[in-house]
Design a protein around this ligand. Structure first.
Ligand code: ZN
Length: 443
């Protein structure tokens, strides 16, 4: 396909995405449209994917909403027969790893893009995206640009690994430069000063470094839009970043499993329900917390059907002033694997403690803590590193506010071991809250 034709296809997807976003008068109309889309998609998937054909044997298409779920382990275990483009897991891994090592990011088999998610080794996910899907993705991603796509944009995109998925959005008017997160920050500052991007896309930790350089007068940028990706944007950081940059921090919520959501002009994160169905499995309904089960009716190369994500999301209570009928989120809490659990004071049960409760405990300490990392070592012990000069009184104050959180949740407060705070390494994913033991092993 010529580059001109690719650009044309991207534009077509861009306009069709604009049209779809305003097409549905209410949720019922959206859900009826999604239902049709999923059924049509499933017919193709069941013909082309041996895994799904076998997995859904005996199931009725009309019951797709209650089909057995899949998760990352199942998807990776059956990678070879699940995908419809006949690429083996071994082949895809080899190709993606070579691309990462050589930092030459053009891994493709025929017209299929191969990518690898970041994550701890052994838990890395592979993704396969066909040309048609890549162009569709680009069309949807362009919606995140401020103003018209026909005026010039210069995008600076900070990632752990580039992909031709991302470079697809580049054109004569839209420049795209990849910034390698593993390179030193000083190098980025020099390049940013020269490039003068209008749109900055980076994980919040990198937005923090760039913000510090701007505050120190080492960098001057005129940014029209800032988009946070790849890590959870915590309220703690969001506030600091919005003050530093003097504008809203937008978000794109994306992972190996799909393009899940993006913020509207009001900065509210909406799910991309024109690309996928999101079913909610509530962890706590009164707190509006759920894990999503997604069915992506736009991806056939690697079909994602009733796939349970490992994320915890909080639904927004009020509707968004933008009027979108797509589900609005309060925030992405983090990964299910990182939920903390403490023993109940009322029964032999263990109680999940959501990250926002722990974050609140930190915010209640009267002196400003620059940063922190909290590890749950076992059901009874937290290891806490607080950045900056933290006195014994402040440590005591954190202990007291955490105890108050535990009382609210009716659970036994953990023993807290304080340790020196360690700055994460350059390029590493920032995770402030981490549980270091498997919950099945603890109960
Ligand atoms: Zn909105």
């Amino acid at each position: 396909m010529s580059q001109f034709l690719e650009q044309f296809m991207i534009l077509r997807h861009y306009f069709s995405a604009q049209y779809l976003a305003n097409k549905f008068p209410n949720r019922e109309a959206l859900e009826a449209w999604q239902d049709k889309k999923v059924k049509a998609h499933l017919r193709k998937v069941l013909q082309q994917s041996d895994f799904y054909k076998h997995y859904y044997q005996g199931c009725q298409l009309s019951d797709w909403q209650s089909f057995p779920i899949i998760d990352k382990n199942l998807m990776m275990a059956h990678f070879d027969t699940l995908n419809t483009v006949k690429i083996t897991r071994e082949e895809a891994f080899k190709m993606a790893l070579t691309a990462e090592e050589t930092r030459n990011f053009k891994p493709m088999v025929g017209h299929i893009t191969v990518g690898l998610s970041s994550g701890t080794s052994g838990h890395r996910g592979l993704f396969l995206v066909s040309r048609e899907e890549r162009l569709k993705w680009a069309g949807h991603a362009l919606r995140a640009l401020p103003g018209s796509i026909f005026k010039g944009h210069r995008i600076a995109f900070f990632l752990r690994a580039n992909s031709n998925l991302y470079t697809s959005v580049g054109s004569r008017r839209i420049q795209f430069q990849f910034f390698d997160l593993f390179k030193p920050v000083d190098e980025h500052i020099i390049r940013l000063n020269e490039y003068q991007p209008t749109v900055l896309v980076a994980p919040p930790s990198m937005l923090g470094f760039i913000g510090q350089a701007m505050n120190a007068g080492q960098l001057t940028l005129k940014l029209e839009k800032i988009i946070s990706v790849a890590e959870v944007l915590e309220p703690f950081d969001r506030l600091w970043l919005e003050n530093t940059y003097g504008q809203n921090i937008h978000q794109v919520y994306q992972c190996t499993e799909g393009f899940l959501g993006s913020t509207c002009q009001y900065g509210t994160l909406h799910l991309n329900e024109d690309l996928l169905v999101v079913q909610k499995e509530y962890l706590n309904k009164s707190q509006r917390k759920f894990t999503p089960i997604i069915t992506d009716f736009s991806r056939l190369a690697q079909p994602i059907i009733r796939y349970q994500l490992n994320d915890v999301l909080t639904e927004r209570q009020e509707s968004c002033p933008c009027g979108s009928i797509f589900t609005a989120l309060e925030f992405v809490d983090g990964r299910c694997d990182d939920l903390f659990y403490l023993p109940s004071t009322q029964s032999s049960k263990i109680i999940p403690i959501f990250p926002d409760a722990i974050r609140k405990a930190i915010l209640q300490v009267p002196v400003s803590i620059h940063d922190y990392q909290i590890l749950q070592l076992n059901l009874n012990t937290f290891s806490v590193g607080l950045a900056g000069k933290v006195s014994l009184d402040e440590e005591q104050s954190f202990r007291a506010s955490l105890t108050a959180v535990c009382e609210q949740h009716q659970c036994i407060p953990p023993v807290i071991q304080f340790r020196p705070y360690q700055q994460p390494e350059v390029g590493a994913k920032k995770r402030r809250l981490q549980r270091l033991f498997a919950i099945e092993a603890a109960v």
